[in-house]
Design a protein around this ligand. Structure first.
Ligand SMILES: Nc1ncnc2c1ncn2[C@@H]1O[C@H](COP(=O)(O)OP(=O)(O)O)[C@@H](O)[C@H]1O
Ligand SMILES: Cc1cn([C@H]2C[C@H](O)[C@@H](COP(=O)(O)OP(=O)(O)O)O2)c(=O)[nH]c1=O
Length: 231
């Protein structure tokens, strides 16, 4: 987790929760840092974090999740256990302070990877989601969800080329392209079902063009100035 404060104290702001999604190698990482810096420059307090992980406990679960063989239900239970701790310890307190939370993956990844990728029962995932993300104080049946999900969409073969040789593959990155085709279809389905929350970024472009699209998606919400070119 990387919490940062702006040089000058901003007026009280509503907390913002932005998640970043896409298949492995879609190119999320550098743009999360770019947005972190852009929000700081706009005078916001920013917490950059990730899933699986984001707390000492959830980071321990992440190491097991990424390296140890296990079935899809165990994957789902571990990732939601880490998510609960992450929400309680980091995300909810940050949002209550009015911070911007930038989260590298959240529950859409569970529906895409464990659900669409592994073929695990989506209804069971929905039950776990309701248990872990329930926020009764936001209204009856309300769940904590990102305010905006920036979805980096890239053909699986391009992502595979980008990853080849870039780093030692973990348990997911070692999966064949057919697995990532199912994960990508899972993301597309989520985006179709919740179009107001998802901003699709065409990630098959040079990095500066991807950055402009990311920045534009956030500016369109009124959360950052629109015209600034940086990154
Ligand atoms: N727009 C782009 N064009 C070409 N290569 C890219 C682009 N964006 C990222 N990469 C490269 O692709 C690889 C995966 O990017 P990364 O940001 O780690 O992806 P993710 O975090 O989504 O898994 C890295 O080697 C990165 O430098
Ligand atoms: C959050 C989450 C991640 N994952 C997978 C996706 C990634 O392959 C892996 C780790 O995510 P991440 O750290 O985002 O990997 P990368 O830097 O390669 O993008 O965990 C799931 O299978 N389910 C989940 O719920």
């Amino acid at each position: 987790m990387t919490p940062s404060s702006p040089a000058s104290s901003p007026a009280a702001s509503r907390g913002l929760f932005i998640s970043f999604e896409g298949i492995d190698g879609a190119g999320k990482s550098s743009h999360i840092q770019g947005l972190h810096d852009a929000f700081l420059a706009a005078g916001r307090h920013v917490v950059s974090t990730r899933e699986p992980g984001g707390t000492p406990l959830a980071e321990k679960l992440r190491a097991l999740f990424l390296q140890e063989p296990m079935d899809a239900l165990t994957e789902a239970l571990l990732v939601f256990a880490g998510r609960r701790d992450h929400l309680q310890q980091v995300i909810e307190p940050a949002l209550a302070r009015g911070d911007v939370v930038l989260c590298d993956r959240f529950t859409d990844a569970t529906f895409a990877y464990q659900g669409a990728g592994r073929g695990f029962d989506l209804q069971v995932l929905q039950v776990l989601e309701r248990m872990v993300q329930a926020r009764p104080e936001l209204g009856e049946g309300a769940l904590r969800q990102p305010d905006l999900t920036i979805w980096f969409d890239l053909p699986t073969e391009v992502a595979a080329e980008r990853l080849a040789g870039a780093r030692a593959p973990d348990r997911f990155e070692a999966e064949p392209q057919q697995f990532f085709a199912r994960v990508a279809a899972g993301y597309a389905e989520r985006a179709l079902a919740q179009p107001a929350r998802f901003a699709r970024i065409d990630s098959h472009q040079p990095k500066p063009a991807v950055w402009q699209a990311v920045r534009q998606a956030v500016a369109a919400q009124g959360w950052l100035p629109a015209s600034k070119v940086e990154g």
